[in-house]
Write a protein that binds this ligand. Sequence first.
Ligand code: GLN
Length: 201
Amino acid sequence: MSTPVIGVLALQGDVREHLVALAAADAVARPVRRPEELAEIDGLVIPGGESTTISKLAVLFGVMEPLRARVRDGMPVYGTCAGLIMLADKILDPRSGQETIGGIDMIVRRNAFGRQNESFEASVDVKGVPGDPVEGVFIRAPWVESVGAETEVLAEHEGHIVAVRQGNALATSFHPELTGDHRLHALFVEMVHASRAADSL
Ligand code: GLN
């Protein structure tokens, strides 16, 4: 099958790093900000950044509803940090006016690991990622407070859930796009391949 085209939601955040990581994981990667561009991709990454800003810009650019529709339809999505927050069905402590795309039955707590200057790195064992643990970069990171029955927990750090998957939606509290280790992007590209194969049956 042809190389999948994977978008990176380019409203705010570390878009460039994800484009590089996706290309290294054998996908065609492109920034996406308009509804028409959403129609042309096989999967989407939602980067780290500031979830309140991403939420407001998504509404302003008219892309929030189209995003929800594609995620409901089963388009594979991968959110890191602020992107994880965007994929949560519920935020415990939203800023006023903050909305999410949703797609993963979970409740998240923003800035749960502390402030910017309490950012840290830690080894994280992620289910589905073979080999050594992943080096997790946590920057004002959220954690997942609780998950629904359909959501699989892929990793925990100090007893807190930091990676999850529900169907075609994957999310991590940390930023694999910053480490040069592309195994999580490779896992996501695999999900996109599997989804395209299932669609073409
Ligand atoms: N704390 C940020 C938020 O609430 C997320 C930080 C990040 O993406 N590195 O959106």
